[in-house]
Design a protein around this ligand. Structure first.
Ligand code: SAH
Ligand code: SF4
Ligand code: F3S
Length: 473
């Protein structure tokens, strides 16, 4: 595995498709340079590492300075309208540059490429290349076509592609934590969601290649891997040699067994698919982190039905109970949408109320944004006014703030095993790391020879809404 330079760490919000972080690297043994910027979820950031690998093998080295690039790539997100607007704005900036540097190629990759296809070439006149999430292997060929002045598009979705054999080039890495993509696509049809259309059918990656990647990461000094998928709990792969079905619980166990010192996380869990088996496997291995991202979306059974989430409010609450019973110390976080079609004040209260019940440590919170082509766009009217959506979101945000504060306060006085990820952003005298529940802990660099990638015992002495403050013991 190749290591490249660093840049801004991925912003947490970026996972959800709003912000972006330039992805970076160095190296001057290449004839041509590419620049890539990633938007959207962790899957997209992980794809950029595959793209970087494909480009490296074809004579392109990465640069952080887009002005000096021969090829500028945007790996885009379509999850909400705002995410697409951000990309369009960025394209306008690149277009100006291209005016002065006509040989430069601009490529749009990822979910927006898939959603808009060749339309992007018409709408954004100076885009040369459009490539969907399952077509990255064709990128070198498409670049060749674009170099000869042809517009190049490949947005074919695949039922098989998992890029299992491509060793990602780690971009923007802290050298301690890394993502491993275990599946692609999504077969759920949540009515608000564009992902099934941009990412295609669900398929699971060869378990051996996942374990090999985890081992390789551990051998290069990494201490934590996050297994990624839109719905990890529906991972399903058949080991034909051993005639064995590998479920997510089994995969989790296999990755946990790579090494006791390699932490394992996973995201995202659809509440309907996380099994008791997974919960028991989490309990069985100390190095499987006790944190579940369990997006509720809404607390109202009626709205959940319209969203096609396939569970009721009561069922979700029972799932929370089950998690708390089996893994009492488990951290739980969520995604919440305010103002979905027909949402009444009563439905909103149900959301507020299920948040209180679930006591989330943190949540990603959004107002509903209608996406063309989705079931909700076809069937229901986006009938909640912006003001009402924003007011409800605000109430949700305020409540989550209180819940996070309370959750952090409950940790004061407790001691946690923390993996040091790097220096605190605020002070060079402090380390920043996470506990098993995925909470961020900042603490002074007391121990003289403590370093990035070490596990240390930290006692929590204070907190803010977002961070625990501790001291090493
Ligand atoms: N596969 C993951 C989530 C993928 S998208 C899962 O099922 O949990 C991440 C989050 O974006 C979703 O959980 C949802 O809360 C939000 N989201 C998706 N589509 C949206 C839309 N049209 N408007 C607002 N938020 C949306
Ligand atoms: Fe979208 Fe639902 Fe699939 Fe998540 S599970 S990606 S919200 S369709
Ligand atoms: Fe966005 Fe595509 Fe991810 S729509 S959230 S980048 S799967």
């Amino acid at each position: 595995m190749e290591m490249l330079g660093m840049s801004a760490k991925m912003h947490d919000e970026a996972r959800q498709g709003e912000a972006f972080a330039p992805v970076v690297s160095g190296g001057n043994q290449y004839q041509k340079k590419f620049y890539i910027e990633s938007y959207g979820c962790q899957m997209n950031f992980s794809d950029s590492e595959i793209i970087a690998s494909i480009l490296h093998n074809n004579g392109f080295g990465a640069t952080v300075i887009y002005q000096e690039a021969d090829l500028v790539l945007l790996n885009t997100c379509s999850i909400r309208e705002k995410a697409e607007q951000t990309v369009r704005k960025r394209l306008t900036e690149f277009r100006k540059l291209k005016g002065a540097k006509p040989g430069m190629l601009i490529g749009v990759l990822g979910c927006m490429a898939e959603r808009l296809k060749a339309k992007l070439l018409e709408e954004e006149k100076l885009v040369d290349i459009v490539v969907g999430p399952d077509a990255y292997r064709s990128l070198p060929g498409l670049i060749g076509e674009a170099e000869t002045g042809h517009k190049a598009v490949n947005v074919l979705l695949s039922r098989e592609e998992t890029y299992a054999d491509i060793s990602p080039v780690r971009l923007d890495s802290n050298g301690v934590t890394a993502f491993i993509s275990i599946m692609r696509g999504c077969n759920n049809m949540c009515s608000f969601c564009v992902v099934p259309f941009t990412r295609g059918r669900e398929r699971s990656r060869d378990a051996y290649s996942i374990i090999a990647e985890a081992k390789e990461l551990f051998n290069s000094g990494y201490k934590e891997v996050t297994l990624l998928g839109q719905n990890v709990d529906s991972y399903y792969w058949i080991d034909e040699e051993k005639d064995e079905i590998i479920t997510f619980a089994k995969l989790l166990e296999k990755v946990a067994l790579v090494n006791d010192d390699l932490r394992v996380r996973f995201s995202t869990s659809h509440p309907k698919d996380i099994t008791e088996d997974v919960l028991h496997t989490m309990n069985k291995y100390e190095n499987i982190c006790k944190h579940i991202h369990l997006p509720v979306q809404s607390g109202s059974t009626r709205i959940l039905q319209l969203m096609n989430r396939t569970y009721t409010r009561e069922w979700y609450k029972a799932k929370i109970d089950q998690i708390r019973n089996i893994i009492p110390e488990c951290g739980i976080s969520s995604d919440i949408i305010a103002g979905f079609c027909t949402e009444a004040e009563e439905d909103h209260k149900d959301t507020i109320n299920i948040m209180e019940y679930s006591r989330y440590d943190m949540s990603y919170m959004f107002v509903y944004s209608e996406r063309p082509g989705t079931l909700a766009a076809k069937r229901y009217k986006d009938d909640i006014g912006d003001d009402v959506k924003k007011k409800r979101l605000q109430e949700i945000v305020v409540l989550q703030g209180r819940l996070s504060q309370e959750s952090n306060q409950r940790d004061i006085g407790k001691t946690f095993k923390v993996l040091i990820e790097g220096e605190s952003k605020r002070s060079a005298n402090d380390w920043m790391g996470r506990n098993t529940q995925n909470k961020v802990i900042v603490f002074p660099k007391h121990i003289p020879d403590s370093k990035k990638g070490d596990y240390v015992q930290v006692k929590v002495i204070d907190c803010t809404q977002a961070t625990l403050l501790g001291e090493v013991i």
